[in-house]
Design a protein around this ligand. Structure first.
Ligand code: SF4
Length: 98
């Protein structure tokens, strides 16, 4: 795995850790575990921090962007997000905090 945002965030949270890696369990006839290392330094780390700061600001401003993918099939916000028009499901899924 190269330039994983998740691993970069872990590296920043635990700067004393020697290495961050994702372990992937590969379910094949001969199951195995793969290690995917990642280490951003210098310009790559600055880019990640800029992106995290931008996205953090967008979240604080309550701006959320659609990122359609595999997760949509089990996402509670699907009715609102992709506009399938199921208002009842949307009302069931979303809460308003006030
Ligand atoms: S349906 Fe859910 S997972 Fe898919 S883009 Fe919308 S908010 Fe994201």
């Amino acid at each position: 795995m190269i330039l994983s945002d998740q691993l970069s965030a872990y590296q920043l949270a635990e700067p004393d850790a020697e290495q961050a890696a994702l372990w992937v369990f590969v379910k094949t006839k001969e199951p195995q575990i793969e290690w995917h290392m990642d280490q951003r330094v210098g310009k790559q780390l600055i880019e990640f921090l800029d992106k995290a700061q931008y996205i953090g600001g967008e979240i604080a401003a309550r701006h959320f962007y659609k990122r359609p993918g595999k997760s949509c099939s089990w996402c509670d916000y699907l009715p609102m997000c992709v506009g399938v028009g199921d208002k009842a499901k949307a009302n069931e899924s979303l809460i308003q905090i006030r």
